[in-house]
Design a binder for this molecule. Structure first.
Ligand code: UDX
Length: 449
């Protein structure tokens, strides 16, 4: 079977490499020549644990090319895994998907199955098939199937090779048979359904997870008001198998390339059909506020950040990735800069990408110690292991004023108490915290209390 994968981002490349890992010969095609050259030299264009090793291991079964004609013309199965970014109005932008579909229509020379992996609005598979049938240059039969992925960045290889399920949205037994053959090396439960339902499974799953996060974040906010501990709440809830213990980590909101975009896209789609998805709308609103929660907390200590040294620990939207898309740090840093803060930031892998946005406005540090030295306040945006395992006594020793606002609940409250710092986290008791500290003297008093 000749398999081609269009797009070499998280979805496309991981799919292609994992299919090679189970024995297929796979051609990965992308319009970006730099990316293709990088992959030809054995390097992965994305930061993803284990991916480069698999690329190397399966190099004889993997071809990388920009030559879409040769990649599509005699392929049995063509996976489309290109991005569907958010448009300004919240809807999904299908520009890249259709660019590939047009190329397929022009070039395909034999019967083939086009499989949509990209997250696309419900009904898109039907539209693509119609488009192909109307625009095919050659007299061939092309069917479209929906096969959404559920991989998370940082664990993408594992999530693909050991996926929780394989969803097949098919119109015919033939398409199902082909896809079952493709996935023969995988040992996961299949959900076989129609194409629209498969498209909906993807959105419904992502939006449900986003909802779960926003729900626990709201509970966390209430915990702070009424004096309860959200981590114990999540633990107590999580033992109930109907609820489950995953995705109940309170924090400063979800970021990344999927949840923000997929919640907005489904909400938009519902609106388009004169229906209001109230729960999803609430999840979006809660998340927007949650992202700037640390700034709001910080303002209780300092009315303005002008001239203050602010340490930022963690820039990416989550650990294990260099991706900054919708990262909470990006919602906060402009506010701090506008106020005139001196920002020193540390992140193990996100700095290069950050420099593309803020080349000069931020001082990037090589160590956590360097970032927090002489800081008036420290904000933690990402729970990188280096931050979680950091010796917290150093905050007190190195910072000018040891106020640590932790957006990811990195530290144990008991340990924090002994470290003598002012510490606020999400949905948990504040340690040594005082509202409206506006002078160094007041902080010193707070510290000594
Ligand atoms: C997500 C889905 O997990 C994946 O199935 C889908 O295919 C793409 O979107 P990803 O965006 O890579 O994957 O990361 P994920 O680990 O799900 O985290 C997303 C965001 O939610 C991060 O910002 C993370 O910090 C946040 N999160 C996650 C929480 O705030 N609390 C949690 O309990 C879990």
């Amino acid at each position: 079977m000749k398999i081609t994968v269009a797009g070499t981002g998280y979805v496309g490349l991981v799919t292609g490499v994992c299919l090679a890992e189970i024995g297929h010969n796979v051609t990965c095609v992308d319009v970006d020549e730099n990316k293709i050259n990088l992959m030809k030299s054995g390097k992965s264009p994305i930061y993803e644990a284990g991916l480069e090793e698999l690329m190397l291991k399966n190099k004889d079964r993997l071809t990388y090319t920009t030559d879409y004609k040769s990649a599509y013309k005699d392929a049995d199965v063509i996976f489309i895994g290109v991005g569907t970014p958010e448009k300004k109005d919240g809807s999904a932008n299908l520009k890249y998907v259709y660019e590939v579909v047009k190329q397929i229509a022009e070039t395909v020379e034999k019967d083939s199955l086009v499989v949509i992996k990209s997250t696309v609005p419900i009904g898109t598979n039907d539209k693509i098939e119609r488009f192909l049938k109307e625009n095919l240059k050659n007299d061939v039969d092309v069917e479209v199937a929906s096969n959404p992925e559920f991989l998370a960045q940082g664990t993408a290889v594992k999530d693909t090779l050991q996926a929780s399920r394989i969803v097949l949205g098919v119109k015919s037994k033939r398409a199902e048979k082909i896809l079952r053959k493709v996935y023969d090396g995988f040992n996961q439960p299949y959900v076989v359904t129609d194409r629209r339902s498969a498209e909906m499974i993807k959105y419904a799953s992502n939006d449900f997870l986003a909802l779960k996060i926003s729900y626990i974040n709201e509970i966390a906010n209430l915990c702070e008001i009424v004096g309860a501990n959200v981590e114990d709440i999540a633990k107590g809830m999580g033992y109930d198998p109907r609820i489950g213990n995953k995705f109940l980590r309170a924090g400063i909101g979800y970021g990344g390339s999927c949840f923000p975009k997929d919640t907005k896209a489904l909400h938009w789609l519902a609106n388009f059909h004169d229906y209001e998805l109230k729960t999803v709308k609430a999840a979006i609103e809660v998340n927007e506020n949650q992202k700037i929660k640390l700034i709001k907390k910080a303002r209780r200590y300092y009315e303005s950040f002008n001239g203050l040294n602010v340490a930022i620990l963690g820039l990416t939207f989550k650990p294990g990735t260099d991706d900054l898309r919708e990262a909470p740090s990006l919602a906060n840093i402009p506010i701090l800069l506008e106020d005139g803060a001196n920002i020193k930031a540390w992140d193990p892998v996100g700095v290069e990408n950050y420099k593309k946005i803020y080349p000069n406005e931020i001082t990037y540090c090589d160590s956590i110690e360097e970032a927090i030295k002489d800081a008036d306040i420290c904000l933690i945006f990402t729970e990188w292991p280096e931050i979680v395992n950091f010796d917290i006594s150093k905050f007190e020793k190195l910072m000018k004023k040891p106020i640590v606002l932790d957006g990811r609940n990195c530290y144990d409250l008991k340990e924090v108490k002994d470290a003598g710092i002012i510490y606020e986290s999400i949905g948990r008791r504040t340690i040594n915290g005082y509202y409206k500290i506006s002078s160094i003297e007041e902080v010193a008093t707070a510290k000594n209390k």
